[in-house]
Ligand binder design. Sequence first.
Ligand SMILES: [Cu+2]
Length: 124
Amino acid sequence: MSFSRRVLSSLLTLTATLAFSSAALAHAHLTQQTPAANAALSEAPKALTLNFSEGVEQNFSKVVLLGPDDQPVATGKATLNASDDKQLLVPVNAPLKTGRYQVQWQVVSVDGHKTKGTYAFSIK
Ligand SMILES: [Cu+2]
């Protein structure tokens, strides 16, 4: 490969990498949540709030709360904040006992991409 071909080839690779990472940035990533990840609460939350970097589709978004025994806790359906499509609200119906809880979320952003993740908090 000649020098100019090698330069061209690395430029193409760089362009592809940049294009890929800006597409990845457009996905809905969890930016902030209440209760916060790894929070140790003295009072059980009445709801979970999840904020994303992009708008999400309510009908394709799901949040599961697992209790200290790893069983799902009864929650209401995840709904979008009426004035902010980047925020999902999940009412917690059952009184939560002491222990560690895990939140498993899965969303589809308005651009159609799926993302998911987990975080935990505990009640003292
Ligand atoms: Cu995306």
